[in-house]
Design a binder for this molecule. Structure first.
Ligand SMILES: Cc1cc2nc3c(=O)[nH]c(=O)nc-3n(C[C@H](O)[C@H](O)[C@H](O)COP(=O)(O)OP(=O)(O)OC[C@H]3O[C@@H](n4cnc5c(N)ncnc54)[C@H](O)[C@@H]3O)c2cc1C
Length: 333
């Protein structure tokens, strides 16, 4: 059996490693950071099927995730819509989930090297699960966990004039607050989330956050990325965000990371057993990834400006009660 080397230990890399171990493939995973750690993420998992989780061998790690069924949308101070998701989602802290998957991968015989960044180009058997490609971008992502933050629904989405903020329950008494905002270079400091929320005209939300208890150690931020398909390199197999970053409002990025690992695992296992050449493995996986994700990527790209541009938001506010939320939910998955 040939070894598969994974660059990046987020959801795509860890779940791929675990699935490959199920096939008996030797796995070396290099993670530039360490575990456990907080990540900028809405921590709302929606779209990935129970069958895919079982196939990856990680269904047990999500068993105690919060069941998220109700959702509500707000524009500024007004509630535009509330209802039930067609399929319940899962809420779980990435701090906890990534650590669990890291443990499972090492327990099943994968070798994990933390604080180890892979550099250089392509090699047979090397898979890039290294997340967003660092590049100049207009967005900043911010997140923080809060206790004692009463919620009106399991998931709240607040659309402001500079982006949007999602609130998702990730434990009985803990809510993850995560926003995607247009970058304002003059805002910095510890209270950065508070300031972006205020700048977006979300005063009621800001007051709720001020009354709740922030878990300071969970505050995280990312900038320097572009949404959409990421640049492709010939001879490279990339999964998860390294391949495509779907706009976060879709709540489908983690699902795509897991689905892409499930697609690639059996193909890489064939390569490891010597049944498939590396080039053929890459093209087979790439074709399947493209056909699985292209329509949801396209649809998310069309919808994103309805939340992030002034005319789009005006339309969203007017039409919000008439929108077919169920159909939109399925088109984004
Ligand atoms: C603001 C915001 C909110 C979001 N909310 C949601 C949500 O609610 N629901 C949802 O499903 N998705 C959401 N997402 C998307 C989701 O977080 C990502 O799609 C998901 O984390 C992608 O997983 P990944 O494994 O591909 O990448 P990551 O989780 O980013 O992992 C990549 C890993 O690779 C490591 N790495 C990078 N380069 C190297 C290297 N050269 N060598 C070794 N290691 C390396 C990094 O340290 C990192 O740990 C959100 C994203 C943003 C920005």
């Amino acid at each position: 059996m040939k070894t598969v080397t994974i660059a990046g230990g987020g959801l795509a890399g860890l779940s791929l490693g675990i699935a490959l171990r199920k096939h008996g493939v030797p796995v070396d995973l290099h993670e530039a950071g360490s575990y456990p750690r907080h990540r900028v993420c809405g921590e709302f998992i929606s779209g990935v099927s129970d069958e895919t989780l079982r196939e990856l061998g990680i269904d047990g790690e999500l068993k105690d995730a919060e069941k998220l069924q109700t959702h509500a949308w707000y524009r500024g101070e007004n509630r535009l819509y509330s209802g039930r998701l067609p399929v319940a989602a899962r809420g779980i802290s990435r701090y906890r989930l990534d650590e669990r998957l890291h443990r499972l991968l090492t327990d099943t015989g994968g070798r994990v090297f933390t604080r180890s960044r892979i550099t250089g180009g392509e090699k047979e058997g090397r898979v890039w699960c290294s997340g967003r490609l660092p590049q100049p971008g207009d967005w900043i992502g911010l997140k923080c966990h809060f206790d004692a933050l009463p919620m009106e629904s399991d998931l709240e989405m607040h659309v402001g004039s500079n982006g949007y903020v999602g609130l998702a329950r990730i434990a009985r008494d803990t809510v993850n607050v995560c926003g995607l905002f247009r970058l304002s270079r003059e805002i910095s400091g510890l209270e950065i989330l508070d300031r972006y929320v205020e700048l977006g005209g979300l005063g009621t939300l800001r007051n709720r956050l001020r009354e709740a208890v922030a878990r300071e150690d969970s505050r995280s931020a990312i900038a320097g990325f572009r949404l959409g398909w990421q640049a492709e390199h010939p001879g490279r197999l990339s999964l998860g965000d390294a391949r495509a970053m779907i706009p976060p409002f879709s709540g489908n990025g983690m699902s795509m990371a897991l689905e892409s690992a499930a697609i690639a695992a059996p193909i890489l296992a064939s390569f490891a057993r010597g049944e498939l050449r590396w080039d053929d493995a890459i093209s087979r996986a790439s074709r399947t990834l493209k056909s699985r994700f292209s329509s949801r990527m396209k649809f998310a790209r069309i919808l994103h400006p309805f939340l992030t541009s002034a005319p789009g938001r005006a339309f969203f506010s007017t039409a919000s009660r008439l929108l077919p939320y169920g159909a939109i939910f399925h088109l984004l998955r």
